[in-house]
Design a protein around this ligand. Structure first.
Ligand code: SF4
Ligand code: SF4
Ligand code: SF4
Length: 738
């Protein structure tokens, strides 16, 4: 269902023909009909049926049910159509009060095709005259359906429509007809007025201007004749309006079915107990077996799309609306959606049309940021963390004794924060293999991308590229899949490989330690387009003795742990759903190769090793570092490496506080959740005590104070002990207190 209103999701097949509709001669929207019937809504289902087939009382008796064969559940659609005709009690057509039109249309033949065309055109208030050579309408239907039933159905469906019926009128020549358009539907072996040879089987137009031809005179069957009647009506209307004979393409029969279908070999159709037709209950039961075939593959795999009840088309239209809406609506409709996607790309990986919501929302984040509507609190913590990694903890060094390099190790800002030993040992290993290996401690800039600030990301990458050029354009060896993805998408001139393939190709280090037992590999979502990295991790795990089990979501279909897009502050529910889906994929412990994934899993009590634990002989972490430790770790690492490898001293001036705080593990955990650092807490308490701006609750002897830092106001509650100040609570607001 190509829709040119969409750019990214133009080719999305969601909502397009299910198999049954594709083979139905009139493209009956079976899915809509059956979904109504599933809810026991016989009148609604009847209206849907009548809208599609015009004459339910006829079609439910004559259709040869092509859909049954192709249906994966073998639904008895025709029996259900008959049940709807039998049990609906509000069949009266709607009487639309439309103004009449002056154009006159002649229909030659009152069989099913002619009557369908007459119905459609008289509904649009054209002046329709049917010329029937016999004394009543119905044509060959009269051989199939009882005459009274046939008349009753025509009477019902034409109840509010005006048309002229000329019976016993055989048209011999078209020259005598003074009409704006003519539809020839003279039936099997009927008169084609010499026009069949110039007939267009799509538009039903002929070489004679204003004359269309269709139905059984062309050799088709009853159901196709019905469809012809509807197509002819649309083509005639176009001809009347714009003078063109080429018809309305969107009314032509569409035999395509792009919906992914899974066949059920154990389908068990409901058989009517009376051997003939369904009772109401049986009909609903049978309708409920229909799986309403459609494509929702992306949504089925994505917690964000499920949580927000979205499909990609809706994502794109909401994002478009956000662009053009006024400020209030913009923020309401757009922001929550745009900032809740982890931009992991799993949707694109499972979509047969390669539609990736990530592309839509990365662009939307940029637009949101540039228009000044991106709420800063959502990304403030991560951006400050990135800037710290790019300033106080930043370093780029050629190997001792070298000015250029063949390789440059780029551990990434997360490994330098929570895998300092891994960085040190990996770099040591690389120096042994390639003594000219350079080192860069920094960040790829992806937090800026996720915050919509693409200019900032570009600046980060430009700086990196500059250093890389100065070092003779070495091959970057990254330990972080997100860095690799960022480089490959936004700086593809950098040749880049992962540390995992580097080590897999050169052999395990001497101090590698075995990781026996059963493990599942958790591929980080950012690794999905790097099969060599994924294979290398499996290869290393096997060499270390691990028995590996593959998760359902792995390789190209890797899922996000919840960290992608830094969605936590904006939508903690989606974050937790993603985290839970990830850890619940298997009860086995995980091996992963992204520090963020590992840290999140450990924080949720899921046993998880980083592959470099075993490869480099580092003791696996059991509990992740508190966020306050992360920046300190980076600085310690930089200081240590500069001293050990280059013999350089490095100091940064530490903030000095007069207060000494006692902070429990429980408070640290809460601080992690709220992204409050130890430094923030010290700043508040120091400020409150120095300025005497603290409120004492005498009963509990608890002091409360706050300080605004950046865009946030931080609150701390504390008790003053003899030798320290004990923090009992802390929280943060995005409000400024005057
Ligand atoms: S997977 Fe999603 S985006 Fe792709 S065709 Fe299906 S519904 Fe559309
Ligand atoms: S399961 Fe339902 S929607 Fe799918 S082909 Fe059968 S009748 Fe049609
Ligand atoms: S969270 Fe991932 S799978 Fe879901 S829509 Fe966003 S990019 Fe696609």
């Amino acid at each position: 269902m190509i829709d040119s209103n969409y750019i990214y999701t133009r080719d999305c097949v969601q909502g397009s023909n299910p198999p049954c509709t594709s083979v139905c001669p009139i493209n009956f929207k079976t899915r809509d009909f059956l979904s109504k019937l599933q809810r026991g809504n016989f009148n609604g289902a009847y209206r849907e049926y009548a809208k599609n087939v015009i004459f339910p009382g006829i079609v439910s008796k004559i259709c040869n049910q092509n859909c049954h064969e192709i249906c994966p559940e073998k639904i008895s659609v025709l029996k259900l159509e008959a049940a709807v005709v039998r049990y609906a009690d509000r069949k009266e057509p709607i009487n639309y009060n439309l103004p009449g039109r002056k154009e006159k249309i002649a229909i030659i033949g009152g069989g099913l095709s002619g009557m369908a065309c007459a119905h459609r055109l008289s509904t649009r208030r054209y002046n329709v005259t049917i010329f029937e050579r016999e004394d009543s309408v119905g044509g060959s239907l009269k051989d199939l359906i009882d005459a009274d039933d046939l008349n009753d159905e025509f009477e019902l469906q034409f109840k509010y429509l005006n048309y002229t019926l000329e019976t016993n009128q055989e048209i011999i020549t078209l020259d005598d007809l003074d009409y704006d358009a003519v539809y020839i539907a003279t039936g099997k072996h009927g008169n084609d007025f010499g026009l069949l040879k110039s007939w267009n089987s799509k538009s039903l137009g002929t070489s004679k201007k204003g004359v269309f031809l269709g139905g059984k005179v062309t050799g088709c069957n009853d159901m196709e004749a019905l469809m012809d009647g509807m197509i002819a009506a649309a083509s005639i209307e176009k001809y009347i309006k714009v003078g063109k004979m080429d018809g309305q393409a969107d009314t032509y029969h569409d035999p395509s079915c792009k919906i992914p279908v899974e066949y059920n070999d154990n389908a068990q159709p409901i058989i009517p107990l009376n051997g003939e037709y369904y009772t109401k209950e049986e009909a609903v039961k049978e309708a409920k077996r229909c799986i309403l075939c459609d494509c929702t593959k992306c949504k089925d795999r994505c917690d964000f799309l499920q949580h927000m009840d979205l499909l990609p088309r809706k994502v794109e239209s909401d994002a478009q609306m956000a662009k053009s809406a006024d400020e209030g609506l913009f923020e309401r409709v757009g922001t929550r959606m745009i900032v809740s996607c982890s931009v992991c790309g799993l949707c694109g990986a499972v979509c047969q049309e390669d539609i990736n919501v990530e592309d839509i929302l990365i662009e939307s984040k940029k637009m949101l940021y540039e228009s000044g509507h991106f709420p800063p609190p959502f990304h403030d913590f991560y951006l400050r963390d990135m800037m710290s990694a790019l300033s106080e903890a930043y370093a780029v060094k050629a190997a001792p004794g070298y000015e250029t390099a063949t390789y440059m190790f780029f551990p990434g800002c997360q490994m330098t924060a929570s895998g300092t030993e891994h960085v040190e040992r990996a770099y040591g290993y690389m120096l042994k293999k390639n003594p000219d290996t350079a080192l860069m401690l920094g960040c790829c800039g992806v937090p800026a991308l996720w915050a919509g600030n693409q200019d900032l990301m570009k600046k980060v990458l430009d700086k990196l590229k500059n250093e890389w050029e100065n070092l003779g354009k070495p091959i970057l060896v990254s330990a972080c899949p997100s860095c690799l993805k960022t480089f490959s998408n936004y700086a593809d001139e950098l040749e880049c490989i992962s540390i995992y393939e580097y080590i897999a190709d050169r052999g395990l280090p001497e101090n590698a330690s075995s990781i026996n037992g059963d493990w599942a590999v958790f591929d980080p979502c950012s690794s999905r387009n790097f099969p060599k990295m994924q294979t290398s991790v499996r290869n290393l795990s096997n060499r270390l003795g691990a028995e590996l089990v593959e998760l359902n979501s792995s390789g190209p279909e890797a899922r996000c742990c919840g960290m992608g897009g830094h969605i936590y502050p904006a939508n903690p529910e989606v974050f937790h759903k993603m985290l839970n889906s990830s850890i619940n994929e298997s009860e086995l412990p995980y091996i992963t190769y992204c520090m963020n994934c590992r840290n999140l899993f450990l924080s949720a009590d899921k046993k998880c090793n980083h592959i470099l634990d075993g490869v480099l002989g580092v003791k696996p972490l059991e509990k992740p570092f508190h966020i306050s430790e992360l920046r300190k770790n980076r600085i310690r690492l930089k200081k240590h490496l500069l001293k050990e490898i280059w013999g350089e001293d490095f100091e940064i001036e530490k903030k000095k506080y007069s207060v000494k705080l006692k902070i429990s593990e429980e408070i640290y955990d809460k601080m992690d959740m709220l992204h409050i650092s130890e430094e923030d807490v010290y700043d508040v308490v120091e400020h409150c005590i120095q300025s005497n701006e603290e409120i004492l609750e005498p009963k509990t002897e608890i002091y409360t104070g706050y300080k605004q830092i950046g865009i946030f106001t931080y609150w701390v509650q504390y008790k003053k002990n003899d030798d320290n100040i004990e923090v009992v609570n802390t929280y943060v607001h995005r409000i400024q207190i005057d």
